[in-house]
Design a binder for this molecule. Structure first.
Ligand code: GDP
Ligand code: MG
Length: 674
């Protein structure tokens, strides 16, 4: 461990520092400059440089926050004056809004007695000097935020290399104004508070809250804002200015700490009027030494030199604390971005390449569809139930069969009346010259046609529904696979739609044929027909008895039948009608199952044809056939993709540079600060 402890908790405890950086600025004599470049500063410098370089690279744009000391305060609380005191330069000062953009102040001690100052903004570096600094800042501010009194959130960096300044980087933010002054936008308060919040919210920010000694701290807008993002105050340090103007009760104010300042208070007196910095420091020292009230305040919390020392230490602590995280975030972001870049579609440069890619897309889509619609493998769409094609189609088919079955006469509750009425009517009309014990074939047909007509729309509805479903699945899969080439999307979608429409039409024709066939011929070789007919007929004698005794009767499949109406009807008529009904009943079961079976086979066969062959042919025709120029279009990369690629490349470059910046420093952090 070095001579200096930089543990986290140290920032809030009294300094246990062994080698305190001496700030020549803070001394009247310039004689002892040498010790400033203390070992402490030497060790802090590379860390701070690293952070500053990262800031320069604009790594914040990648969402990686840097440890930053952010200066906030109500307007005219003395923020600019405090920064002046720390830097020994003149900043635009005074009434009204002066700081209109975030000003990143980078103080750097250097051995050359001649100070070196420059501004950096909008990618420019503009050298300046102490005399012109206020003017130069105003000029730059005007360039960035316009001439009026508006504000902007893009920062301006001021680098001050001066002998004796502490190595510190701080961000000065626009002061908080409640009421817009003439020329300021109406929502100035919201604008400023948005900028301040943006800077002080990250956990990596230290909030330097500048408070004027004359005000009630608890009413300060800047205190309210910092309390909102730092409830316990653990990363807030208060600087109390204008101690000279309002010395009364200051000691009580800073000891009572009504506003939860976790890192403590430092009371200062800034430069007044035309004083030089040296004079100002001497006055400050004298004030806290001799003033009857101010002299009672503990020397460890008064004066600009103490402030400088505290800030340097706090800064070192947060940097040491944050750097490992920053390194990790840079690495994570870098690999995520590289991944994403690799996943972007290849930029195609020749028709041959486009052709290969296109055929691959078709191949992948075909494979996916085969799995979903034919094999029942859903690994690509585990959570998307609607894409589980085989299961959904089977479900549809089952529902369709249930609907068919609902047409059974036994569906209504209670005893069935009017039993055999239709059959008797049909038989009446089928009378012809012939032997009485031949059941007229035309009667059976009439009944069969009536029954088929009742259900003939259902199969048509079903195939339409089934194909609509298949269309959705096919389009979803195709779009997924051709997603990287937006040029292909509309053509692919069109092809799929056209093809399915054709398939739908064919199926409807086929189903209509099926229905017509059932109407035309009554035939089955299924032995079940005879079995169930005989079983039904075995109830006949029971049935006749029931008619005679005015009883109701229950026959399997029909339910309870009220036969009173049949009493007194000629026996032959009842017998013929009963026979007819049982034939049609037994046969109808066969018809329904036959339709079901056919429909299932038809659908499966046609989906297979679609997936294995037709889809591909249709898409090829649409996209690269006679009028299509899909392959050529694939060569033109859409702006969305090229934009994304460029953005990623830029971000990767930035992250790589950042990685280089932090590469060496980590060893030093470990060596020097542990
Ligand atoms: P800012 O708006 O927060 O940046 O405040 P400024 O730094 O511009 O200061 C506002 C006014 O308060 C200026 O006129 C300063 O000279 C004055 N001022 C700042 N600090 C002190 C101080 O410690 N003592 C005295 N007497 N005046 C100060
Ligand atoms: Mg200011």
């Amino acid at each position: 461990m070095g001579s200096l402890v930089l543990a986290e908790e140290e920032t809030s405890s009294p300094p246990q520092i062994v080698s305190v950086p001496k700030m020549s600025l803070l001394k009247i004599s310039e004689k002892d400059d040498a010790p400033i470049v203390s070992s402490y500063n030497d060790r802090i410098r590379p860390l701070l440089d690293t952070v500053d370089r990262l800031r320069h690279l604009k790594i914040m744009q990648e969402g990686i926050q840097l440890p930053t000391i952010v200066v906030v305060g109500d307007q005219s609380s003395g923020k600019s004056s405090v920064l002046e005191s720390l830097a020994g330069i003149s900043l635009p000062r005074g009434q009204g809004i002066c700081t209109r953009v975030p000003l990143i102040m980078r103080l750097q001690n250097h051995s050359n007695p001649d100070p070196e100052l420059f501004l950096e903004y909008d990618g420019k570096t503009v050298p300046t000097d102490e005399k012109n600094i206020a003017y130069a800042i105003n000029l730059a501010t005007e360039e960035m935020a316009g001439k009026g009194k508006g504000i902007s959130n893009s920062p301006l960096t001021l680098v001050v290399k001066k002998n004796g300044v502490p190595d510190l980087t701080m961000v000065d933010l626009p002061g908080i104004t409640r009421v817009p002054v003439h020329g300021q936008p109406e929502d100035i308060y919201e604008q400023i508070s948005e900028i301040i919040t943006e800077f002080i919210t990250p956990e990596e920010s230290i909030i330097l809250n500048v408070l004027s000694a004359g005000v009630d701290f608890s009413t300060c807008e800047s205190i309210r804002m910092s309390q909102r993002v730092d409830k316990t105050g653990q990363r807030t340090l208060a600087v109390v200015t204008k101690a000279d103007k309002s010395p009364e009760g200051l000691l009580e104010k800073v000891t009572a700490d009504d506003v939860n300042i976790g890192l403590g208070y430092v009371c200062v007196r800034n430069r007044i009027g035309d004083e030089t910095y040296e004079e100002a420091r001497a006055e400050e020292a004298r004030l806290f030494e001799t003033h009857p009230q101010l002299s009672k305040i503990n020397k460890s919390i008064v004066g600009v030199p103490v402030l400088a020392e505290r800030l340097v230490k706090i800064q070192a602590t947060i940097i040491v604390k944050c750097l490992p995280d920053i390194v990790r975030k840079i690495n994570d972001k870098l690999s995520a971005n590289l991944d994403e870049l690799n996943k972007l579609p290849k930029h195609l440069t020749s028709v041959a390449e486009a052709m290969t890619t296109f055929m691959n897309i078709l191949g992948y889509a075909k494979e996916s569809l085969r799995k979903i619609l034919l094999q029942g493998e859903f690994d690509e769409y585990l959570d998307a139930k609607e894409m589980h094609g085989t299961a959904r189609l089977a479900e549809m088919l089952n529902n369709y069969f249930d609907e068919f079955q609902l047409n059974k006469p036994s569906a209504n509750h209670g005893a069935i009346t009017n039993f055999l009425v239709d059959e008797i009517k049909v038989l009446e009309e089928a009378k012809s010259i012939g032997l009485p014990n031949f059941l007229p074939k035309s009667a059976f047909h009439t009944l069969l046609q009536g029954k088929v007509s009742l259900i003939c729309n259902k199969p048509v509805d079903f195939v339409e529904k089934a194909w609509s479903y298949v269309e959705n699945v096919v389009i979803t899969v195709l779009l997924k696979h051709s997603n990287s080439y937006p040029q292909l999307l509309s053509g692919t979608r069109r092809a799929a739609h056209n093809l399915i429409s054709k398939k739908k039409e064919q199926s409807v024709d086929w189903v209509n044929d099926l229905v017509q066939m059932e109407k035309l011929t009554d035939y089955t070789c299924n032995p079940k027909y005879m079995v169930s007919y005989n079983k039904l007929m075995s109830h006949y004698s029971e049935f006749v008895k029931a008619i005679e005794s005015y009883d109701s009767i229950s026959i399997g499949g029909f339910g309870v039948i009220d036969v009173d109406d049949l009493h007194g009807k000629p026996k032959g008529v009842v017998q013929e009608a009963f026979d007819l009904k049982m034939r049609i009943t037994a046969y109808w079961k066969i018809v329904l199952r036959r339709m079901m079976d056919n429909m299932a086979l038809h659908l499966q066969y046609n989906i297979q044809k679609l997936v294995n062959k037709e889809m591909q042919t249709e898409i090829i025709n649409e996209l690269i056939g006679s009028q299509g120029n899909g392959l050529e279009r694939m060569l033109e990369e859409p702006p969305s993709i090229s934009g994304k690629r460029n953005k990623l490349k830029k971000s990767i470059k930035l992250l790589k540079e950042s990685k280089d910046v932090v590469a060496n420093i980590m060893d030093r952090v470990v060596d020097n600060f542990n």
